[in-house]
Design a protein around this ligand. Structure first.
Ligand code: SF4
Ligand code: SF4
Length: 314
């Protein structure tokens, strides 16, 4: 019987080699319960389709006016030079997106497309021959667990087809749902952004209690997968020895011995602008290579394998 579940996905990328063992297909889900101030994929915020405007590719300076009369709701304003500006207060509620079809340059793009289980499995099976013996699919986003009903159906199909499954998750969801989904996952990266609950809330919008509880419960459940903790490492936010030592203590208590530290970058900044959102890290947060190496040594000194950037061995 065909599943009725649908998942809202904003990108599917084949041939990834950094998000799990072997060559993989990455599936990016729309929607996230966290609001990390440094997020590199802010197009995953919200839980519905929306438009993205790329000022960099817009051809207004060459005289393009194609979108000028496209919006029936006043969603597009124009500067004196003719450059379009999204009126986000209007565009966030849009359901019809008339403006997108008028732009031949792809400067106005839809973010998010609904897939059925069958449609997504067709794409994964198409990529099957690219993966080699170790590869598979990685569910990421946004937050894949936000689509857990759909994801569970896809995961069951993957199991039937012997497809290796990985997830990149915040682990921020009720514990029974978390355990149910994770029972079908072979490999997981899960973030612990700060061990201090107030700082975690300040940086991400939520407390870390549920995340730590879920990771702990998963590890004690007899789950057979491999779990690597991950931390985007940001100067002045979570780069202190104190934070690392608390995390080391938590890891040892829970039989966890691998962490991947990601050096802070500003790759998401343009997308924040395209979405009409204010980016909090235009300045600050920058990590030096020396400090990353010091933190790595601290973990290694406590017998925790610590990988920097894309160096996680699979
Ligand atoms: S149609 Fe596209 S390229 Fe032309 S002005 Fe509008 S957004 Fe820019
Ligand atoms: S997204 Fe909708 S409201 Fe905004 S400019 Fe396009 S058509 Fe208008």
């Amino acid at each position: 019987m065909k599943s009725k579940e649908k998942g809202l996905i904003f990108d599917i990328q084949s041939f990834s080699v950094h998000d799990g063992p072997g060559c993989r297909t990455n599936v990016f889900f729309v929607g996230c319960p966290l609001r990390c101030k440094w997020c590199a994929n802010p197009e995953s915020f919200g839980n519905k389709r929306h438009v993205m405007f790329s000022a960099n590719t817009c051809k207004y300076s060459s005289g393009c006016t194609a979108c000028r009369n496209a919006c029936p709701r006043g969603g597009l304003d124009f500067t004196e030079e003719g450059k379009p500006i999204m009126n986000w207060a209007v565009c966030k509620a849009c359901e019809t997106f008339e403006c997108i079809a008028t732009c031949a340059n792809g400067s106005l793009k839809m973010c998010g497309k609904e897939y059925t289980v069958e449609e997504l499995m067709k794409i994964l099976k198409r990529d099957f021959s690219n993966w080699g013996s170790e590869g598979g699919v990685t569910f990421t986003g946004g937050e894949p667990l936000g689509h857990h009903e759909f994801l569970l159906e896809v995961l069951k199909e993957c199991k039937r087809s012997q497809i290796h499954t990985a997830i990149e998750t915040s682990s921020y969801i009720d514990t029974p749902t978390y355990l149910k989904v994770m029972s079908y996952i072979n490999f997981a990266f899960t973030d612990v952004k700060n061990m201090d609950r107030e700082k975690h809330k300040e940086g991400t919008g939520v407390y870390n209690d549920l995340i730590l509880h879920n990771i702990s419960t998963l590890k004690k459940s007899g789950w057979q997968g491999r779990l690597v903790l991950r931390q985007p490492t940001i100067a002045g936010y979570n780069d202190s020895d104190e934070n690392a030592l608390k995390l080391i203590e938590f890891m040892k208590e829970n039989d966890l011995y691998e962490i991947n530290l990601l050096k802070f970058h500003r790759l998401g900044e343009t997308k924040w602008n395209q979405l009409g959102l204010k980016y909090a890290y235009s300045t600050g947060g920058t990590m030096t290579d020396e400090r990353m190496a010091e933190l790595q040594s601290l973990y290694l000194d406590h017998n925790i394998a610590c990988y920097i950037g894309d160096k996680t061995p699979f």
